[in-house]
Design a protein around this ligand. Sequence first.
Ligand SMILES: NC(=O)C1=CN([C@@H]2O[C@H](COP(=O)(O)OP(=O)(O)OC[C@H]3O[C@@H](n4cnc5c(N)ncnc54)[C@H](OP(=O)(O)O)[C@@H]3O)[C@@H](O)[C@H]2O)C=CC1
Ligand SMILES: O=C(O)C1=N[C@H](C(=O)O)C[C@H](O)C1
Length: 252
Amino acid sequence: MSSKPRVAVLGARGRMGSEAVKAVTAAEDMELVAALDRDEKRETLTEAGAEVAVDLTHPDAVMGNLEFCVRNGIHAVVGTTGWTDERLATVRGWLAGSPATGVLIAPNFGIGAVLTMHFARQAARFFESVEIVELHHPGKADAPSGTAVRTARIIAEARRAAGCPPAPDATTTALDGARGAEVDGVPVHAVRLRGLVAHQEVLFGDEGEIFTLRHDSMNRGSFMPGVLLGIRRIGQTPGLTVGLEHFMDLGS
Ligand SMILES: NC(=O)C1=CN([C@@H]2O[C@H](COP(=O)(O)OP(=O)(O)OC[C@H]3O[C@@H](n4cnc5c(N)ncnc54)[C@H](OP(=O)(O)O)[C@@H]3O)[C@@H](O)[C@H]2O)C=CC1
Ligand SMILES: O=C(O)C1=N[C@H](C(=O)O)C[C@H](O)C1
């Protein structure tokens, strides 16, 4: 990769993409060479000589974009949501055919959001109960958020490893959705409200105490240090990396 990575943004007219265009343009150690949105052809990436593509599009679009990038040896920094184990396995398969290429999938670029997940992993085994509430702007396409799904999986994995029993819940009758969506055994509640940007609470409870981890992104600029970190590191990180924490030297 060049000493100044040549960067393209996909989804460049969107809420996140337009911020990323500004952030990459303002960063002195990288160069914006393409800004693509819906209906613009992916070949622009190769024509522009892009070395890193930042995908901030839509769950329906991201797989096609990534296949193109990996096939052409373009590293990818992905914020777009909609990830399942099957999708991740497909990306790993593409990368097997292009072993020098790196793909970072970051459920959340917010440094505080990554720390929330890190601390949630540590707290998970100490409390009987855990639930997640994520709160977002009403323009969001997917529910629950990718961050909430990832947080729930991290918590569930830590609780399984520690041999924790399921959280107590005496509910026998409920309206559909009243107890949220169950992600790996963790209830996740999604709020969509005008005025919000991106927020999450992880609630841990035990006899006589509640422990709450909360993160608030007040604007989309809050995600940009994480996006730039991903661009700076992905060229030296071949293969699939899931989660920005792997670039943050957090230790255990
Ligand atoms: N990881 C993180 O930290 C964050 C991740 N996100 C995620 O990023 C994604 C984008 O979010 P947001 O910016 O709010 O969404 P927006 O809808 O504002 O932006 C998405 C942009 O991508 C465009 N687009 C849709 N399909 C394609 C395509 N096939 N090729 C190129 N561009 C396309 C859209 O065009 P059109 O409007 O015409 O559909 C739009 O301009 C979501 O999945 C969201 O959850 C968001 C915030 C932070
Ligand atoms: O769509 C959003 O806005 C966000 N999407 C990501 C998610 O689904 O977790 C990250 C952040 O929550 C903002």
